[in-house]
Design a protein around this ligand. Structure first.
Ligand code: SAM
Length: 213
């Protein structure tokens, strides 16, 4: 059985940096045409309710809402969620971990995990992707954003100028695609873009997957 104690470190790190995170991503969406493009395709192809897993302070949830989606969010960090609820009171946000979600079968047209799956040890991907697969309607979509690499773990003892103690994983788009297929998805689109100089340390990956109809 995989040890889930890493979740305590992730929660603690995001509780600590929550206020700073808002500032860090304030202009992110406006300056990222590829991200807007992938989310636009997701929004155009999804019918029905959408869940953002690892929604943090809610900027992507709100972006999807602005695109006309019926969207809610779930996150591990109470502090991140507090900001999301305060900033976007018209949206619903719940506390929870993607490793332990009790989602209705075929309850969602789509799920988004935008820069959140990469805190999971890859050994847990299959279980979590299978949970997502069960929760998505046939023909629905799963959208992932992540730092790309070769599944190597990166240890962080500083994040946004704060002391933290957590690991993230730079995910290999090919291996992640294989795991998506193993969980029952078809890979619909895959994008890797170069890092933004002086801001990002790795290429960034985006995968749009489809649950077969
Ligand atoms: C880099 S932030 C991304 C937040 C948001 N998606 C965005 O793009 O602004 C990562 C978020 O994932 C959340 N997270 C990490 N592991 C999680 C898990 N197992 N379940 C739910 N949320 C998780 C963290 O608490 C944090 O809010």
């Amino acid at each position: 059985m995989t040890d889930h104690s890493f979740l305590t470190n992730v929660r603690h790190a995001y509780d600590t940096i929550a206020e700073a995170y808002v500032e860090y991503v304030r202009d992110e969406m406006a300056s990222q045409p590829f991200e807007r493009a992938m989310l636009a395709v997701f929004a155009e192809t999804v019918r029905g309710p959408v869940l953002e897993v690892g929604c943090g302070t809610g900027r992507i949830t709100e972006h999807l809402h602005q695109l006309g989606m019926d969207v809610s969010g779930v996150d591990l960090s109470p502090e991140m969620l507090g900001i999301a609820r305060r900033t976007y009171p018209h949206l619903k946000f719940e506390l929870g971990s993607m490793t332990d979600l009790d989602l209705p079968a075929a309850g969602f047209g789509g799920i988004v995990a935008w820069y959140s799956l990469f805190y999971l040890p890859p050994a847990l991907h299959h279980t979590v992707l299978s949970t997502f697969h069960r929760a998505i309607v046939p023909g629905g979509r799963l959208m992932l954003a992540f730092h790309a690499g070769d599944d190597n773990a990166i240890h962080h003892d500083q994040l946004g100028g704060y002391d933290v103690d957590l690991d993230s994983y730079r995910l290999d788009p090919e291996r992640l695609s294989e795991r998506l297929v193993a969980a029952g998805f078809v890979v619909h689109a895959k994008l890797v873009r170069e890092p933004v100089p002086d801001r990002e340390k790795a290429p960034q990956g985006y995968i749009l997957a489809r649950k077969p109809a």
